[in-house]
Structures are given as structure tokens and as C-alpha cells.
Design a protein around this ligand. Structure first.
Ligand code: ATP
Ligand code: MG
Length: 503
């Protein structure tokens, strides 16, 4: 028996001398370096009492050793649990209490408070890792052996617990197995035609499924390399493009790139692929990017609990405003949320998915897990439809659906109409408690610089375009929509801001 995920990573490596990551300071880390560092760190985990199946919670800035720590945890047979660096220690307390890790790796800046918290809630061990990649973890590991006897792990054993982004409520810990991660990485590598010649601009955080499982795992499975950056800087990304072949981004990466005059056909000529996900890409961004660069951004759809489910095709048509086709091995269906019956093409309902990518369930939440599965399919919480050509369209989250006077209003449809109006950058449609209608359709709009829009103007423009019940009862203007670190619009914040307007 072997370590299902790590053995596959080892088998995919072209040569130990092949580069895996070029860091911002110009240094190159090879696959051999990654294996040696992760072996040292794996020995350290074992010496700190981490046993197979134990959780290793990690809240650190992105650094090269932090990526090696992920591999080390897998090699030690333990369960990697990365946490968003934006969480306060008070929020971290919830995750540590829930997951009961054997070790917590934190930033050196919060070591004192982290140790106090660990003592309080019974986490046996704390180590540090700084944004420069130095901390008690790497210092202690330096003297340890660069080879490690990898702990055997079967495909159905846990590799990671990844908490959801908490966009719609308290974050839930999705249990991800070796098979979940490996199957999705192999599928994406093939679907997006990755080879060892690829060079990815890796500028996503490593605490989220996008940066860790889509980006890093696909690179591992391709034996490819990455230009490893701790954060996204649009100007720098454009400078890197002549040495790169691919960028994986959230929609805000693309709007920021479009703000740069340096984004041209020539600057992107060496690139073969731009992907987008984690939040909806505006059709307008897709069009503008294509116009400027000649590249059609490839949008895909996934979530913490499932990894990636659908993708626009590599060769076929990449259709703006859709998230593409079900990935090979993944079944996607749309059901009526009330009756549970499977709907036909173009009918809107709840998106459900099934495949080797889908989580075993939520950590220590058996009831929640049971309620999120329906005949073996995982209930995504996203509403959408599948068109006659099998392309999946997302119309919004179930929790963002607006029900007004008994009618369903899908936010995306109204947002699409508003976004198409001259002078509008983007918009968000929310349902706000309304004494007569239950919820009132409410628009929050970001105006372009210099545009002159009014509430009445927008309402008037929508009159001929949308049924009356879909038209916003109120329109508010803001400088920007509230977003979390993955670029997701936080509609719960908007609902909160405007909750009293119809009272
Ligand atoms: P929580 O489940 O805690 O509320 P979250 O759903 O935002 O948070 P993630 O797992 O990070 O946490 O995000 C998955 C969600 O992101 C999907 O369910 C979907 O709503 C959205 N999403 C991802 N990719 C796309 C996309 N290409 N287009 C539209 N939405 C997307
Ligand atoms: Mg979710």
C-alpha cells in the first residue's frame, strides 16, 4: 500500500532537478527541493506528536515552506487544515475547537496569544512560520533527514479538512479524501491540457481550494512549474506573462488586469490559458479581456466541498456567463428544490453533483451532511440550469434567491440587465424584508467614474426589459461591493445594510 496522493505526485515528476517554483527573489526550488523540505517537515510533525489521521491546522502567510508543509502533512498521513489569514484569533478559536488539531502552525507575530489559546482549548503543540518562510517550524526541521518513509494512506482516507469561505453563514469543514484531491487534479490537468512545459503564475492564496487544489495540485500532477507570488499584483503579472503559459485567477484579477494599459495582445502572446473561478465572472469582463488580448477566459465552477465540477472547454466554445460543461467523471443535474424531481434543459433549479471529487461530508456534522446529499448527489446550494448544449449556467445561490409576492427572482438575471446599462460597472440584487411582498427586490449599483445615473433612471430603463415583479423597488449606489478575500460579493452584508428600508 502507498500514500495515494503523494505517490501520484512523485510519479508525475519529470526529474528531481526540474523546477517547481521560481520565487519572487529569483531563486528556483526544484521538485527535489520540495521533496527534501517536505520530508524534513514531515519528520518534525512526527517528532511533535502528529500521528496519521491527526489534523495539522495552519494559519500562515503564503510562502514556499508553507506549500512544503502541505506536502509534509500528506506524507505523514495527517490531515491538512489551512485557515484564511484574515481570520482573527477569536475566529480561529472556533476552527481549532471544532477540528481538535494535534498541532497549530501560526504566524510568529501572534505566537504568544496563539499559545495561550492552545493551552485554553487543549491544542498540544504550537509552531510558527513567518511570511519570510522562517519560523520555529523550519528552524527545527533544518537538521532533520531529507528523506521520509511516507505513511500509507488509502484513497478514501482524509487528506484535508477545508473550511468553506463562510459567504452564506458559518464556515463548514469539508472532509476531503486523497481520492477527492487526486481525481480532480488529474481531470483538470487533462481537461486543460497541462504538460511539464507549463509555467503557471501562481498568485492565489494557499488556504483555499482554488490556490491549493486547483492550482498547486494541477502543477504537481503535470510536473510543471510556477512563478510563485505571495499576492496578486496586476502590473507584475503582466511583466511575468512572457515567461509564463497560464494564469489562474478570481474575477477581480481580470478586472485589475484590464485596468492596466500594459495588458495587450502582445503582452499576453506567450500565454496559452487564463482561467477564472470562485465567483461569477461578468460577461462584460470576458468580452473586454477577449477584445484586448485575443484570449477567451476559461471560466469553471467548483466549491470547497467538491473541488471543480464544470469547466468551459479547452478547444470548444468558451461561452461568457456560463460555467461550461460537467467535467469528465462528474455528473451534474438540476432538480426542483421542492419536489426533488430532476428538471429538463433550461429549467432553473438546484444544482446537484456527483463524482469522485465530492466530499465525504462535513467534519463532525452528520445531520448537516445527510441534509446536503440527495440520492447520492451533493446539493451545491447554487441555483442554475443546464442548456440544450449541456452548458451549465448559475443564476445565483439558493440563499440569495429573492422571493417577492410569491414569485422567484434570480439575482443574476436582473444584475445582467443592470450591468448592461451604460455607466454601470456592476450590481448586486438582494432581497430585503418588505411588509407587503415578503421581500423587495433591491439593487445595489456601482457606477462608472463620471457616469450620471439615478435611481429613477435605472428603474425606467428596466421597465421594458424585465417583468414588473423583477424590477428593483429601490436602487442604491455604492463605490464598491463588499467582497471577501476570494472576490466573492458578500450579499449578507448588503442585506444587513439595507434591512430596514421598506419598514
Ligand atoms: P459558504 O459555503 O461557507 O457560504 P462559499 O460557498 O462561498 O462559502 P466556497 O466553497 O469557497 O465557499 O465557494 C463555492 C461557491 O462559489 C459556489 O457554491 C458558488 O456559489 C461560487 N462559485 C464558484 N465558482 C463560481 C463561478 N465560476 N461562477 C459563479 N459562482 C461560482
Ligand atoms: Mg458554499
Amino acid at each position: 500500500s502507498d500514500n495515494h496522493l503523494f505517490s501520484a505526485i512523485v510519479a508525475a515528476v519529470p526529474s528531481l532537478d526540474a523546477p517547481l517554483a521560481r520565487l519572487a527573489d529569483g531563486s528556483i526550488e526544484t521538485y527535489g527541493d520540495a521533496f527534501a523540505l517536505s520530508a524534513r517537515l514531515a519528520h518534525l510533525l512526527v517528532s511533535r506528536g502528529v500521528k496519521p489521521g491527526d489534523r495539522v491546522a495552519v494559519q500562515v502567510e503564503k510562502s514556499w515552506p508553507s506549500l512544503a508543509l502541505y506536502l509534509a502533512t500528506i506524507r505523514a498521513g495527517a490531515v491538512y487544515l489551512p485557515l484564511n489569514t484574515a481570520y482573527t484569533l477569536n475566529e480561529v478559536k472556533y476552527f481549532l475547537t471544532d477540528a481538535e488539531p494535534a498541532l497549530f502552525v501560526c504566524r510568529p507575530e501572534i505566537e504568544t496569544e496563539a499559545r495561550a489559546l492552545a493551552t485554553e482549548i487543549g491544542v498540544p503543540c504550537v509552531e510558527t512560520l513567518g511570511n519570510d518562510g522562517v519560523g520555529s517550524l523550519t528552524v527545527s526541521a533544518a537538521a532533520l533527514s531529507p528523506t521520509f518513509p511516507d505513511v500509507a494512506r488509502g484513497p478514501d482516507e482524509l487528506a484535508c479538512i477545508l473550511y468553506t469561505s463562510g459567504t452564506t453563514g458559518r464556515a463548514k469543514g469539508a472532509m476531503l479524501t486523497h481520492r477527492n484531491l487526486l481525481s480532480n487534479a488529474v481531470t483538470l490537468k487533462d481537461y486543460w491540457r497541462f504538460t511539464s512545459n507549463d509555467v503557471l503564475i501562481h498568485a492565489l492564496p494557499l488556504f483555499h481550494t482554488h490556490g491549493l487544489f486547483v492550482a498547486a495540485n494541477v502543477i504537481f500532477m503535470s510536473g510543471a512549474s510556477m512563478l510563485f507570488r505571495t499576492k496578486f499584483d496586476a502590473r507584475e503579472a503582466i511583466e511575468l506573462m512572457p515567461q509564463a503559459t497560464c494564469l489562474m485567477g478570481v474575477p477581480t484579477f481580470y478586472t485589475r488586469l484590464l485596468d492596466q494599459p500594459g495588458l495587450t495582445r502582445e503582452a499576453t502572446q506567450h500565454m496559452r490559458l487564463f482561467t477564472s473561478g470562485s465567483a461569477p465572472l461578468l460577461a462584460e469582463t470576458h468580452r473586454a479581456f477577449r477584445e484586448r488580448t485575443g484570449h477567451a477566459i476559461l471560466e469553471r465552477y467548483g466549491m470547497t466541498e467538491t473541488g471543480m465540477n464544470t469547466s468551459n472547454p479547452y478547444e470548444g466554445e468558451r461561452i461568457a456567463g456560463t460555467v461550461g460543461l460537467p467535467l469528465p467523471g462528474v455528473s451534474v443535474r438540476v432538480v426542483d428544490p421542492e419536489s426533488g424531481t430532476v428538471l429538463g434543459s433550461d429549467e432553473i433549479g438546484m444544482i446537484e453533483v456527483k463524482g469522485p471529487n465530492v466530499t465525504k461530508g462535513y467534519w463532525r456534522m452528520p445531520e448537516k451532511t445527510a441534509s446536503e446529499f440527495h440520492d447520492g448527489f451533493f446539493v451545491t446550494g447554487d441555483l442554475g440550469k443546464i442548456d440544450a448544449n449541456d452548458y451549465v449556467h448559475i443564476v445565483g445561490r439558493g440563499k440569495d434567491l429573492v422571493i417577492t409576492g410569491g414569485f422567484n427572482v434570480y439575482p443574476k438575471e436582473v444584475e445582467g440587465e443592470i450591468d448592461a446599462l451604460p455607466g454601470v460597472v456592476e450590481s448586486a440584487i438582494i432581497g430585503v424584508p418588505h411588509p407587503d411582498f415578503g421581500e423587495g427586490v433591491t439593487a445595489v449599483v456601482v457606477m462608472a467614474k463620471g457616469a450620471d445615473l439615478s435611481e429613477q433612471g435605472i428603474q425606467k430603463a428596466l421597465e421594458s426589459r424585465l417583468a414588473r415583479f423583477k424590477q428593483p423597488k429601490r436602487v442604491f449606489f455604492v463605490n464598491e461591493l463588499p467582497r471577501n478575500t476570494m472576490g466573492k460579493v458578500q450579499k449578507n452584508i448588503l442585506r444587513d445594510t439595507y434591512r430596514d428600508i421598506y419598514r
